[in-house]
Design a protein around this ligand. Sequence first.
Ligand SMILES: [Zn+2]
Ligand SMILES: [Zn+2]
Length: 274
Amino acid sequence: MWIDSHCHISADAFSADRGDVLDRATRAGVDALIAIGSGYGLDHNASALSLAAEDPRVFATVGVHPHEASELDLNGDGRGRLEAWLGAPRVVGVGECGLDYHYMNSDRDVQREVLAYQLALARDRDLPVSIHVRGDEPNAFEELLDIWRTEGRGEIEGVLHCYTGTLDFALRALDANLYISFSGILTFRNDRGLRQTAAALPLEKLMVETDAPLLSPEGLRGRRNEPESVGVVGEVLAATLGAPLEEIAHATAANARRLFRLGGISGSDERSGG
Ligand SMILES: [Zn+2]
Ligand SMILES: [Zn+2]
């Protein structure tokens, strides 16, 4: 029913009970999840890949989070490591990559260079991209779109994950072949502006995600988040759009399947051939 289009199931927060977490997600109607390889240290790419290899519900991305950008040795073995991971089976995308000017764990120049490199890789490998952008609005967004256009040359697709930006930027992102994904932030009581943005966007471009283990939805805040909660985001999106829950589940899952081309990957339950 649901697809968690962005979670960090390979993170250490799940090492004690990962199997139970995945089974709870299945019982909650989560058919598939995208295990993001980046965000918890470069080596977690390998962990996401092995999870995807072991479990037909899990697909993996490979990338370098902007926080980790300075960890990637672009002039040494960095490219080789990333490109070897990208060649593994059940890799469905590049990312998450992007710009984070909120925490600034890596210098801006390094973040931009590592993002540009990954977008060029995505274009070269014909893979979609999971994008992270945060802080220094609207400058970070403008820079992101600039690099996206320059490196992507109109040939790549992607998703802005955990969207919290303006309606104006979301519409420009849609024009640039990007989908928009909402996380538990959409459910936060004090974030009515984000729901107004969501209400103005076309459902055929929207996805839902948990970004687990972070960003538990309203009512569960402060606890470890799990992929099983993706439906809670979906419920708020359904109420926001005034659409039946089944329609939201179906549409957001179909969008994720289309972008990440989950249909034709071996090991998946879905064999739509797409
Ligand atoms: Zn992110
Ligand atoms: Zn993430």
